[in-house]
Design a binder for this molecule. Structure first.
Ligand code: SF4
Length: 257
């Protein structure tokens, strides 16, 4: 039996976890773009990307404790049971047990109602394999089954900086498919005018080694403002050339969160 007591506040048998914010909004990018979702934002990240659109919030924001059953109830009531773990970087090891209790609570809720749910991870890939292994190893502690979870879990892997290369993506995908189906993995690559050539080369390498099916790859414009995101002609061309998908970033276009 796992002991969360040192990591998670448990007042009167109610789990609480620290988040930078929890809010209902529209998923702005990737395969589930447009879907209403409950976002659980963790504060810290292992990287410090110059273009980070949550940098200011991460630097100046303060974590608050959120009561897990209330948070999950709200997500089912107002976001159709769609939950997005984001950040920051939700795969930092210090967040694993928080992720776990939220999933356990979603499971409890699902058991009562059999209502539909979905759990997404927005990650740069840092420790996503380790997090999946941790969940896989421990999920049966609370009578959840891995198949129940894997079918409703989406991983949005968006490598950045030095990790934006074929070997990193290949390694993560080949390890992740031990746990979840490949169609639950979405590779999201940010592109601007300066990186078109590099992304072109990367897509050629990924295709050559059959690292992941093309339908699981999305190219997205890099930028933190509507103006920066509006220059997408190069990205459309790249998508069409390589047979991969395009995603805009509607949360930035519409200044949603
Ligand atoms: S990995 Fe994502 S959250 Fe972390 S600094 Fe880079 S853009 Fe921001």
């Amino acid at each position: 039996m796992m002991d969360f007591s040192s990591q998670i506040s448990n007042t009167a048998n109610t789990w609480e976890i620290p988040l930078l914010e929890n809010f209902i909004s529209i998923q702005g990018e990737g395969r589930n773009q447009g879907r209403i979702s409950s976002f659980l934002r963790f504060k810290d990240c292992n990287l410090s990307c110059p273009f980070c659109d949550t940098k200011l919030r991460m630097e100046t924001g303060v974590e608050s404790n959120f009561e897990v059953s209330e948070l999950v109830d709200t997500g089912f009531k107002y976001a159709n049971g769609n939950f997005v773990f984001t950040g920051g970087e939700p795969t930092l090891q210090k967040y694993w047990s928080y992720v776990f209790v939220v999933i356990k609570e979603i499971y409890n809720k699902w058991k009562e109602t059999k209502c539909k749910f979905n759990v997404e991870f927005e990650t740069n890939g840092y420790k996503i394999v380790d997090l999946m292994r941790y969940l896989y190893t421990n999920i049966e502690v609370y009578d959840c089954t891995w198949n129940w979870f894997a079918e409703c879990c989406d991983i949005n892997l968006s490598p950045k900086g030095k990790d934006l290369n074929k070997n990193f993506i290949k390694h993560r995908v080949s390890n992740l498919i031990e746990y979840i189906p490949q169609n639950k993995i979405c590779i999201k690559l940010l592109v601007d005018n300066n990186s078109v050539k590099d992304i072109d080369k990367l897509l050629t390498e990924l295709d050559k080694e059959k690292c992941i099916e093309k339908d699981n790859i999305y190219l997205m414009p890099l930028g933190a403002s509507k103006e920066e995101l509006s220059n997408t002609q190069n990205i459309y061309t790249l998508c069409i050339h390589h047979g991969v998908n395009f995603s805009s970033r509607i949360h930035i276009m519409h200044n949603m969160y």
